[in-house]
Design a protein around this ligand. Sequence first.
Ligand SMILES: NC(=O)c1ccc[n+]([C@@H]2O[C@H](COP(=O)([O-])OP(=O)(O)OC[C@H]3O[C@@H](n4cnc5c(N)ncnc54)[C@H](O)[C@@H]3O)[C@@H](O)[C@H]2O)c1
Ligand SMILES: [Zn+2]
Ligand SMILES: [Zn+2]
Length: 357
Amino acid sequence: MTTETSTKENNSFVLRGIKDVTFEERPVPKLAGPHDVRLQVNYTGICGSDVHYWQHGRIGHFVVKDPMVLGHESAGTVVEVGESVKSLKKGDRVAMEPGVPCRRCVRCKEGKYNLCFEMSFAATPPYDGTLAKYYVLPEDLCYKLPESLSLEEGALMEPLAVAVHITKQSGLKQSDTCVIFGAGPVGLLCCAVAKAFGAKKVVAVDINRERLDFAKSYAADSTFEPSKVSAPENAQRLISENALGVGADVAIDASGAEPSVQTAVHVLRAGGSYVQGGMGRDEITFPIMAACTKELTVKGSFRYGSGDYQTAVDLVSSGKIDVKKLISRKVSFEDAEQAFEDVKAGKAIKVLIEGPK
Ligand SMILES: NC(=O)c1ccc[n+]([C@@H]2O[C@H](COP(=O)([O-])OP(=O)(O)OC[C@H]3O[C@@H](n4cnc5c(N)ncnc54)[C@H](O)[C@@H]3O)[C@@H](O)[C@H]2O)c1
Ligand SMILES: [Zn+2]
Ligand SMILES: [Zn+2]
């Protein structure tokens, strides 16, 4: 152990209870195994789930019982490597995949490690998040950033990996048409991934005009603002206004809103593919007749799995996707709470918090 790892110089942004956050000097985390690396966290994006834990102290059955460090969308710099680490060295800049699976269970062994029951995921209770000076991860969950990518862009690899996984789940093919509900960070990135994967037409749907305007300037070919009519009526107008013929090939929900899910089912062509990426109310009314008679493929999507993070890095480094445009502003670590306020108020797309100096 180095002298550094025995000190308590790990400034962390901690959620103590509902709407109660503070800064704490916590112990510097130690490498848990020979394949681990210790990272100095440079940038962390704020996600809706971080805001939700801060506001409500829970998401579904995940309840914050003990103080927990927030944050899971981070990029950092390697400061210490375990003795078996081969792919990384001190000073390397990496995107940090923030969930460590058990690697032993059936889901892990079949390659779907995002479905691991024993996943230790940053800022999902009881596991601490990445809004700290230091964080330890196994080397294979650190994705080296090419020279051309900044650490700020590195922090955006997390939501981009979410969008990559959702889009892969949809089975979207070259020249497909795709409707994406919700133009927040995840929906916007799904638009970008769908275009990068060869979609002929991507339609972004949102109830917020500003977000739709941004989507149009970012990666959507056209946009749609639903009206207060039934889902089949909105779907009909969506199809005709966007020249989707007999319906879209792929529909993705990245809003978690019941009307979006219903409209998505009605907007699809027979044999189309639907992916549930958004999380909202636990239970909703689902149009089973349309889903059944159109023989839709309906899938969920949870976080990211094998290859998704690397695909995210590759899509940005090859110039196919620009994540810089999503960064609304950066704040210092001391102003972390303000960043949460901004995201909650919908004032920003992505706010990045700089790591403690
Ligand atoms: N599946 C996963 O692993 C995963 C990972 C991260 C986030 N998520 C979920 O993805 C969703 C999107 O995340 P985000 O960070 O972009 O959130 P966000 O809240 O920024 O974006 C959601 C968007 O949906 C829009 N919306 C709300 N009601 C709507 C409606 N009726 N019709 C159309 N649009 C509507 C909102 O205006 C907003 O722009 C959230 O539900 C989040 O929980 C899922
Ligand atoms: Zn997130
Ligand atoms: Zn497992």
